[in-house]
Write a protein that binds this ligand. Structure first.
Ligand code: FAD
Length: 386
């Protein structure tokens, strides 16, 4: 059977593209190829409700494993309830919806080679299509210099109610180790909670056992007893410098990259769900025939505009990683969380206004001015990448 669009990888980015495409252009035959045997349970994809357009929020809310009204942050000198809703999506639910929407997924399909007109699997099978998209997950890029957000999360079923009513996005009232350290809590049910020890570090090494133990210790300190039922780990890129034009010049031919692979993630959080939804809209709204090269032009334009808009977020990252002693990094976040709620929402949604940016950098500087000035320039950091 022939297809109009082939998507390599049945992950977050391609899942959202398939959903948006089938909704906008149900005439198109959409095929996803993934080397896994099926969707794993090693991921929950969360975001703030305000990160999404009303259309995407309406589309994803019924699929989410949990939807919460409000959230909290905790720092040594400041705690705050925030009004923005939060929600978590699971891979299984997303992929079921993708197939219900009429897209086809071929699991156990290891893609060996991609070009602009099709995919070749490891077993030699060739699948041709006029539009080929590469969403096979993160890949190092010479055009991106990163720090790391590393975490290990344990989900436990507690013997009694844990008493946490809504997500705690950051509990930084814990000893600061290996950079900015906080615990992230997602209370899926009154007796089921994800506890994630997270660190914003310079190095990408992750001691799984130590971070899992730290999460168990946190649970014990809170008096939560119970069995671990699921574990997740991640080492996410935090963008310090990005040359999007250089990246797209290197991808002038071949399949069109999307997702983490194309640098479509929030520079400060490493989260990609909101940006993946924006990319899916670009794909679904492209007028006329959907071909690899027409899509490349549209996504390159989107990527360059996104990278320009995110320049300020990368500057904040450089201040965090290069301008601040690792055990003082939390002070920048603590200060940020005193800002107006609308600004915080726009920050996570990647929609800061010029006034928001001014507001973030004015007032008593969180780091010495001379150090801040040293962080201004982005280009020199790109040279650090081998
Ligand atoms: C544990 C964890 C938790 C995270 N939580 C969040 C979160 O809460 N919110 C958020 O926004 N982001 C989160 N992220 C970050 C990021 O959004 C995810 O990593 C996201 O899945 C990236 O989307 P993607 O489509 O680029 O890649 P993926 O979703 O990783 O999809 C890539 C797919 O390609 C497949 N693949 C790879 N190679 C091949 C091949 N050769 N042939 C065929 N298939 C192949 C893989 O099997 C995989 O299914 C999390 C990351 C991790 C690791």
């Amino acid at each position: 059977m022939s297809h109009d669009v082939v998507l390599a990888g049945a992950g977050l980015a391609n899942g959202l593209i398939a959903l948006a495409l089938r909704a906008a252009r149900p005439d198109l035959r959409v095929l996803l190829l993934d080397r896994a045997a099926g969707p794993g349970d090693d991921h929950t994809w969360s975001c703030h409700d305000t990160d999404l357009t009303p259309e995407w929020l309406a589309r994803l809310t019924p699929l989410r494993r949990a939807n919460w009204s409000g959230q909290q942050v905790r720092f040594p000198q400041h705690s705050r309830q925030l009004r923005a809703g939060y929600g978590s999506l699971e891979g299984g639910a997303l992929m079921r919806t993708v197939t219900d929407a009429g897209a086809e997924i071929l699991w156990n399909s290891d893609v060996a080679m991609l070009d602009e007109s099709g995919a070749t699997l490891k077993d030699g099978t060739r699948i041709d299509a006029p539009c080929v998209i590469d969403g096979r997950g993160a890949q190092p890029s010479a055009h991106l210099t990163v720090g790391f957000q590393k975490f290990v999360g344990i989900e436990i079923e507690t013997e009694g109610p844990h008493g946490v009513p809504r997500p705690v996005i950051m509990d930084a009232t814990i000893p600061q180790e290996d950079g900015y350290r906080f615990i992230y809590l997602l209370p899926f049910t009154p007796t089921r909670i994800l506890i994630e020890d997270t660190r914003y570090s310079d190095g990408g090494d992750l001691d799984d056992a130590a971070l899992a133990q730290a999460s168990h210790d946190y649970a014990q300190a809170k008096g939560w007893r119970g069995a671990e039922v699921r574990r997740e780990r991640g080492i996410l890129p935090i963008a310090l410098a990005h040359d999007a034009a250089g990246f797209w010049a290197d991808h002038a031919t071949g399949a069109v990259p999307v997702g983490l692979r194309a640098g479509f993630f929030h520079p400060v959080t490493g989260y990609s769900l909101p940006y993946a939804a924006q990319v899916a809209d670009v794909v679904a709204r492209l007028p006329g025939p959907l071909t690899t090269d027409r899509l490349r032009t549209a996504l390159r334009d989107f990527a360059l505009a996104r990278a320009r808009q995110d320049r300020f977020l990368r500057l904040l990252n450089r201040m965090l990683f290069r301008g601040c002693a690792p055990d003082r990094r939390y002070t920048l976040l603590q200060r940020f969380y005193r800002m107006p709620e609308g600004l915080i929402e726009r920050f996570y949604a990647g929609r800061l206004t010029p006034l928001d940016r001014l507001r973030i950098v004015t007032g008593k500087p969180p780091i010495p001015l001379r150090t801040a000035i040293r962080c201004l320039r982005e280009r020199p950091l790109l040279k650090e990448t081998p």
